[in-house]
Each structure stands twice: as structure tokens, then as C-alpha cells.
Design a protein around this ligand. Structure first.
Ligand code: GDP
Length: 528
């Protein structure tokens, strides 16, 4: 087997999806602990502290700076190399979050045992659906009282529309938490408060019948557990690898992140079953990870901590081949050769200069705005990866200049900011308005600050009557022209000159759709 193929098979590249406060940061720390990247655990916390002061730009800057290093965390575990791609949470939630999910091979969904399926989880799950991303589920905070496990599985199945296959099952909960049973191996892992903080060294019984177990957890609890398991096995699905890989079934684990309980069982199962890098589609052909030549695409752009230097880091997911410093690549969109000299890799302990990277890994490429989200790189073949979408923003504001003579700078600034992908920029066909769209409100503050700081433009963002946006497509040129004429009032061009319908209300959108059945209204635009 070739080096590339061997290295690709060792990779597990994933992201954690969850509603804020379900325990993503805590779980990330524990996973890194298992990977031996103990130092990093502190940084995750530091970042977390910074992100609570979101109204303060300095805190923001600080956070952005730190998150360059922590937005990709790589650690070894067993024979594997795990790449954990951070999805920004809380107020800075935006399109970046969505797009990170296009760069992973699987996801881990964290659910709070007391809260069940929450709104952000539903949104992120919808994005995973676009590519049938396989998902494992961790039900967290078992050390607290929560909802009945069976009820939670029901909720996941009905709200998220995915089959559940419990792999571990809790024995009690809250103060009565005794441990979990592994439904595949039969092993019982005891929960011992205070003992599970670092690495999991809990007492393990080989089965429910093992001598000594009844004394540890109590006869009646054991009897109840047996009854419950009978019920569970009747009501749920056994783990099926193919169904999981197809994104139709999610293996479910129970535990407590903060107590590091149940985490290793999850990680071991993840390493064994989560998919290694898969073949990826381009506009011309499918690229196999084992191909010897380097290919990749950019899924995220981050401005440098110091806004005076218009330096950015483009995050490229390697899809095939091997990256080594100095490698000559083709930047497919511009058709130009680009030598990747000082790219970054992301070992969890610290940001490091890239030594090499393989399929599934992420490298950071410094540039001054030449690289945009969705750009593909290759060693010569003009391949363009598909499926890196722009998502329809949910919030819209009109940019108003304090000094009207600065229109050119404003346009330039808005275009460049939208290339970074956190916001989108629309120019209506029938007016001179400049409309900014974002997924989170914080993005407008960031945009205003950066316009002033980096482009010397003072702009305010004021309300505009746009409720939602859809990219419009039509095969039939004549019908499209007709549609354009009739709806010019509501049409705009995005930064890439694609036609977008800006609907003042949802009802308006619905009517427009009904009146133009030949036109497709899409909530995502693929960059490629
Ligand atoms: P995030 O917003 O999803 O990153 O969530 P955090 O990891 O920051 O956790 C949110 C809160 O839940 C914090 O106060 C954590 O200490 C707490 N937490 C996380 N995991 C557990 C757990 O297993 N049990 C309990 N009781 N609290 C937890």
C-alpha cells in the first residue's frame, strides 16, 4: 500500500456539533487529554473565557487570534491521527460553522441529557444532511438529573430524523449514576466520582453477570437495569456500520464530559468505526484520497490577529496526496502557480510550521486576499471541488456611509470581508444600496469595526426590509430573463455576481416561488 493510502486510512477528521452549553468545550478538552495534548486543554478554556465578553472588540480579536490555533486540533490516538475541526459557537456562530462541516468526514453530536435536542443542533444537523455525514451522539451531563434515556432517543429519532443505535446505556443518573453498560461488548464501566477526571480508569466488569457487580450497584438496580435493557433492545436498533456510514443511523453514547466518564468508550468506538477520508467530487471527476498528487479546497479564511497586516490564513483541507513545504501547486480559480512555502499545520499542543500533511489534514496558507473560500488547489490538474456552499444569511442590514465620498472603499471592504465568508454582500439591481447579510448579529459589529480599522470607512448598518435570500437558477434562459424583468425590484447580485432573490417576507418568497415554477430558489450557493 502506498504511503498516501496508509496515511489517509489513519486519519479521522471530524467536528463537534451541539447547542451552546451542551458541553462541547469540555468534551474537546477531554478528547485532547486522551490524545496526550494536555497543554491544549488550558487553551480551550482560555478561549472560552474570552468569548463570553463578545461585545468587546479586543476580546473578539483575542479570541480570533487564539482560535486560529485552536480551530483545528490534531492529536494522535492509537494508530490514528485525529483532526478535530472547531465550529465556532455562541454569538460568533455563522457561516463558518456551517462550512467547517463540509471539510469533515464525520461529526459528533453532543446533547445535554436534561435539555434534549435543541435549536442549534437541529440547524447543524440539517447541514450534515446535505452530505449524509455520519454522526455519533454523546448524551452528556449524566451526573445530573435529566430526561429518561429512552425518551431522549425517541426525540432524536423524531426531531432529527435519524435512527438511534445505543452503544452504551446508563445505569442510573444524577446522584444515582452507577456507570454504563456497553451493549456490544457487554462490559460494565463503573462511575466513580472523583476518580475519572484525567484518564478513565474506572472499574470494569466483563458483564452484568460478573461476580461482585450486584454488590457494587445494588441488587434492585441491577434487576431494574436488566428489565430496562430488554425494553431498549426491543425498541431500538442494533448498531449497523453501513447505516451509520450512510448517515441514516447514529450510534449513541452516554456519559459526563466534565467527569471524563464514558468519553473513552466513545473515542475508542470512534477510532474504530468513523470514516477515514472519503473520495470527493469535483466538477470533472471524483478524487480518491489515495491519489499521489496533492489536492485540496479552502473552507475557511481567517484574518490575521493584527488587522494592520492584511494577512489572512486560508484553511485548506487536503483531499489527496501529500503536502510538503515548498510544494508547487495550481491555484485553480486564478490559473496561477502558487508555491506553498510556509503553511501551518495544527498539532494540538501549538501552532507549528507544517512538516507534512496527508488526506484529512488541514493546513493554513498565508495570503493577502488572493485565496477565497471554495478555492481548489492541485498539482496541475484543473480540479474544482464542489459542495462548499454559501448559506443564505438570516439577518440583513443596509450599509450607510458617514462620508459618501468613500463609496469605493466601502465596496472594496465589503467585497473582501465577504470573501472571508463570515458575511455576504448583495447589490440590488434597482438601487445603489449595499446590503450585508449574516447568520449572526455579531458579524455586523465586526464588519463595522474592520471597515473603519482596515479600510478607513465609517459605516453604520441599519435595518432593511429583507427577511430572507435565495439564489435563483433557471435552465431556460428566456424564462430567467422574464423572471428577472418581473422581479427586478427584489433581485440582487452577490459578491460573485450570482443572482439572488431578496424577499421582504417569507410570504413574498412563497408567492414568488409559486409564480415562477421554472425557477429554482436555493438556500445555498455552491462556491464552485
Ligand atoms: P459548550 O458551550 O457546548 O462548549 O459547553 P461547555 O463545555 O462550556 O459546558 C457548558 C457548561 O456545562 C459548563 O459550565 C460546564 O462545566 C458544564 N458541563 C459540561 N459537561 C458537564 C457534565 O458532564 N456534567 C455537568 N454537571 N456539567 C457539565
Amino acid at each position: 500500500m502506498s504511503d498516501v493510502s496508509l496515511q489517509a486510512r489513519r486519519r479521522r477528521t471530524f467536528a463537534i456539533i451541539s447547542h451552546p452549553d451542551a458541553g462541547k468545550t469540555t468534551l474537546t478538552e477531554k478528547l485532547l487529554l486522551f490524545g496526550g495534548a494536555i497543554q491544549m486543554a488550558g487553551s480551550v478554556k482560555g478561549r472560552k473565557a474570552a468569548r463570553h465578553a463578545t461585545s468587546d472588540w479586543m476580546a473578539l480579536e483575542q479570541e480570533r487570534g487564539i482560535s486560529v490555533t485552536s480551530s483545528v486540533m490534531q492529536f494522535p490516538y492509537g494508530d490514528c491521527i485525529v483532526n478535530l475541526l472547531d465550529t465556532p459557537g455562541h454569538a460568533d456562530f455563522g457561516e463558518d460553522t456551517y462550512r467547517v462541516l463540509t471539510a469533515v468526514d464525520s461529526a459528533l453530536m453532543v446533547i445535554d441529557v436534561a435539555k434534549g435536542v435543541e435549536e442549534r443542533t437541529i440547524k447543524l444537523m440539517e447541514v450534515c444532511r446535505l452530505r449524509d455525514t455520519p454522526i455519533m451522539t454523546f448524551i452528556n451531563k449524566l451526573d445530573r438529573e435529566g430526561r429518561e434515556p429512552i425518551e431522549l432517543l425517541d426525540e432524536v429519532e423524531s426531531v432529527l430524523g435519524i435512527q438511534c443505535a445505543p452503544v452504551t446505556w446508563p445505569i442510573g443518573m444524577g446522584k444515582r449514576l452507577k456507570g454504563v453498560v456497553h451493549l456490544i461488548t457487554g462490559e460494565v464501566h463503573l462511575y466513580e466520582p472523583g476518580r475519572n477526571f484525567t484518564r478513565q480508569d474506572s472499574t470494569i466488569f466483563p458483564s452484568l453477570d460478573a461476580p461482585g457487580l450486584a454488590e457494587r450497584i445494588g441488587e434492585s438496580m441491577l434487576a431494574d437495569l436488566r428489565d430496562e435493557l430488554e425494553l431498549v433492545q426491543g425498541a431500538s436498533h442494533p448498531f449497523d456500520l453501513d447505516e451509520y456510514l450512510a448517515g441514516r443511523q447514529t450510534p449513541v453514547f452516554f456519559g459526563s464530559g466534565i467527569n471524563n466518564f464514558g468519553v473513552q468508550l466513545l473515542l475508542d468506538f470512534f477510532i474504530e468505526h468513523a470514516p477515514a477520508p472519503q473520495p470527493r467530487a469535483t466538477t470533472t471527476r471524483i478524487v480518491d484520497p489515495a491519489e499521489p498528487r496533492l489536492t485540496g479546497f479552502v473552507f475557511k479564511i481567517q484574518a490575521n490577529m493584527d488587522p494592520k497586516h492584511r494577512d489572512r490564513v486560508a484553511f485548506m483541507r487536503v483531499c489527496s496526496g501529500r503536502f510538503e513545504p515548498g510544494i508547487k501547486t495550481l491555484h485553480v480559480r486564478s490559473g496561477k502557480e502558487m508555491k506553498l512555502a510556509n503553511a501551518l499545520t495544527f498539532l494540538a499542543s501549538d501552532r507549528e510550521l507544517a512538516v507534512e500533511a496527508w488526506p484529512g489534514d488541514v493546513i493554513g496558507i498565508h495570503n493577502h486576499g488572493t485565496i477565497a473560500i471554495g478555492d481548489s488547489f492541485s498539482e496541475g490538474e484543473p480540479l474544482t471541488f464542489t459542495g462548499i456552499p454559501n448559506f443564505a444569511p438570516e439577518l440583513f442590514r443596509r450599509a450607510r456611509l458617514k462620508d459618501p465620498l468613500k463609496l469605493k472603499q466601502l465596496q472594496k471592504g465589503l467585497t473582501q470581508l465577504s470573501e472571508e465568508g463570515a458575511t455576504q454582500f448583495f447589490r440590488p439591481l434597482m438601487s445603489n444600496d449595499l446590503i450585508l447579510g449574516a447568520v449572526g448579529t455579531l458579524q455586523f459589529d465586526v464588519a463595522a469595526y474592520r471597515l473603519k480599522d482596515e479600510y478607513g470607512v465609517e459605516a453604520v448598518f441599519e435595518p432593511v426590509s429583507v427577511a430572507t435570500a435565495r439564489w435563483v437558477y433557471c435552465q431556460d434562459a428566456k424564462k430567467l430573463e422574464e423572471f428577472r424583468e418581473k422581479n427586478a425590484m427584489n433581485l440582487a447580485l452577490d459578491a460573485a455576481d450570482q443572482l439572488v432573490y431578496l424577499a421582504p417576507t417569507r410570504v413574498n418568497l412563497q408567492l414568488a416561488q409559486e409564480r415562477a415554477p421554472a425557477v429554482a430558489f436555493r438556500a445555498t450557493r455552491e462556491t464552485a
